[in-house]
Structures are given as structure tokens and as C-alpha cells.
Design a protein around this ligand. Sequence first.
Ligand SMILES: [Fe+2]
Ligand SMILES: [Fe+2]
Length: 477
Amino acid sequence: MHITIFKKIKDIKKDHPLFIASLFLWAAITAAVILMYGQDMATAAGSGVFTVLILYMSYHLLKNYTPAFMKIYKNLILTASVTAMSVMIIMLLRYMPGIPASSAYLFPAAAAGILLTILIPATIVAGAAVILISLIASVLGGYSFNYFFVYMAGGLVAVFSARDVRTRRDLNRCGLHILVFNIFSILAVELMSPSAGSASLEIMGINLAWGGINAFVSVVVAGGLLPFFESSFSITTNIKLLELGDFNTPLLKRLMLEAPGTYHHSLMVANLAENACEQIGANPLVARVGSYYHDIGKLTNPQYFSENQQGIDYKHDKLKPNISALILKRHVKDGLALADEYNLDQIIKDMIAQHHGTSLIRFFYDKELNGADERDKVEKKEFKYPGPRPQTREAGVIMLADSVEAGCRSLDEPTYSRITGLVEKIINMKFTEGQLNECDLTMAGLEKIQKNFVHTLSGIYHSRIEYPEDKEEKAVE
Ligand SMILES: [Fe+2]
Ligand SMILES: [Fe+2]
């Protein structure tokens, strides 16, 4: 018995952030209930146990059904913070002078729905949190089922509609959905409740008005708090990604002007990676914007990279292979330094660091081998990128798209069958080299990526490609 308790305490220490998040929530909810319903022992005990039960159920639901979400403490702390913030808003609405008691429908549960959907990578958890917040808010609002239902309806519709939010302006569309659901759910519960017959039209009107204002308040609260959560939890939302992918940002502008070849290559990689990620259910926006920045380090020495060398002397002819490899390897390090200088998000830095993994710079390695007296003297390590290998599916796809695009550019005649052969060869090579061992790409995913790359590249080189079917048609003619 003692050992079990001791082990449990040790586990708590190991799960420190989880424990802190739970304690934080337990304290917030219990304090709110006590404050509202009386400072006596019975209320304190009841609310304490109520909160423990809620946390216990949430913990086991999350642990069993969304284990990946549970592993990232940032997600848990964020969900707990948004829930605690909601409790604070309920208290504020209750005690703020000038806000009448009849305004319970004003509580913006939908703001929590919008925030969580945009900030955490699990819509199902955002939905569950909204139901939980609605439950707590309805307890604090006078144990009312009507409130619970209206908060939940507005909150859940916010979760569904915030999934497609791409710009801060899209939040207005969310507000419209919330408005419609608030109005209909208030109408439904008010008409359904036992006291409906005695309620006047005027009260119904007031309730509906609160529901309408609620939609507006939800959007304002969510929009206002979003940048705060983004920066304090260093989260890169889709909204932020779109802002980073704007070609008016200083670094992308520099790439466009100072290394036009790399800029064009990055656009092609972005196109390939985005389409492929869409196919396998990874985040296409992360892939697109990550691709824009993946070779940003080439800005330091653009003329040493093949895509920027058209019509110029081949710089590497005059250099030893190991020096050439050193220059090539440097673009990863330089990219990270530039990312730091321009304050880019971690997700972009990861793409810069991982897009070559620990690949061998084969061309210069072979060149060195051919020139060396004794093969043993050539250090393979000198010709390898520093890594790490891709850690996410998006990074894995960018690595493949990058190699495929560069390979395709070197094809003299990019026919359909040559492109197919090249894509297959490159993906097989990266796979057997073990470059994809640390990201979650499956064999089925790789198959889809391969087909998608061929499809996209065929589209890009369309005018220059003869499709197998065309050949057959010509033969028939
Ligand atoms: Fe690169
Ligand atoms: Fe590249």
C-alpha cells in the first residue's frame, strides 16, 4: 500500500506539468463554486469532489483516446489555461457592475472553442473541453440546463467552424455561425422549458439579444487573446503560417531578389510538398510555408548552388570536393542563423534543420573518392549533413520534395516515365538510407506521396511531356 502511494507520488513528480495543470484547474473551479454558493464546509467538499471527478474522467478519456495529445504538456497546460480563463470570465460577468443577472446567456463559451481549435492540434479535445466548460459555466450560472445547452451549442459550432480559419478575418464567419446557433438554441430551450407558457415575449427577446451579443463577444475575446496565447506558448497557428508565407515578408523578399534560382526551387518544392501533405492528411500549410524557407541559408552564398548558376562559371570546379561539401552543408547552419535573426518560428527552423537530414552529399563524396589515392582516407562524415533527420511527416515530405525537384531539374527530357522512375528511385533511396526513420510516414503514405509527386511534376512539365496514353493514341492514328 505504502509502496503504491509512494510510486504514485513519484509519478506525479515525473508528470509535473500535468499535476500543476490539474491543481490549477481544481483550485480555479472549486474557488469559483465556493465564492458563488457559500463559504461553508459542505460547498467546499462538494465542489472539491466535483472537480476531482471531472479531472479524473478527462484524464482517462485523453490518455486512452488521444495519447499523442497527452504526451505534449504544452497542449495540456494550454487547455487548462483556457478552461481556467473561462471560469474567470464567468466570475467577471457575474460580479461586474452594470451587467444584469439575466445576462447568463452572454458567457462566451464559443471563445474557448475558437481558441482551442486554432491553438491545439486535436479538434476532439477542443470539443470535449467546450462541453466541460459549458458544464462548469452552467453550474456557476445557477445549475441551469438551458445555459448548459446554449453554451455547448455555440461552443461546438465554434469548434467546427474555426477548423477552417486561415486569416484573422475568417473569425467573423465563425461569429456568424455562432450567432445562428445561439439564437436557435436559446429559442429551443426557452420554448421547451416548463415555464415557457408564463414567460413573456419581452424576456424571450432579451434572452435572444444576449445570445446575439454573445456571438460578437466570443469573436472579440478569441481574436484578442489569440496573439497572447500564440506568443506565450510559442505556437505557430495556421493564421501565423499564412502571415509568414506572405512574399512581402523581408526574408522572402530577399530570397526573391538575391537568389532567384533558389526562390523558384522553393516555390516548386512548396507546390509538391503541399499537394502531397494534403493527400496523406498532414498539414499542407506547414509544408508550403516550411518549403518557402527551407533553403533560406543559401542567401549567404547563392552563387555556389546549382539553381543560381545559370550562365555563370561553375564555382565548384576550382574547389576541392571537401571544401565544396563544406559550403553546401553550411546553408543549413546559415539558414538557422537567419531564422534566429528574423525571429522565425520553431516550426520553420525545424524544416531548415531537417530537410537534408543526415544525407550524404554524394556528388562531391564520389568526386573525392575518385581523386583519392586510398579510399580509406576519405572521411564519409565530412560529406554528410549534420541532421537531425526529419521528425514530422511534413519535414519528411519536404525532404523528399526537395530531392525530387532538384533531380527533376537535372533531367534532360522530363518524360512521364523518366519522372516516375526518378521519383521512385529518390524515395527508395531516402527510405533505405534511414532518413525517414524518425518521422511518422507510413509505407502507404510514401506510396501516396510518390503518386502525387509524379502527378504534380507531370503537371508542371506538361507541355514538354508525352504521356504514355498519348503515345498509344499516336500509334493508333
Ligand atoms: Fe537545402
Ligand atoms: Fe532545397
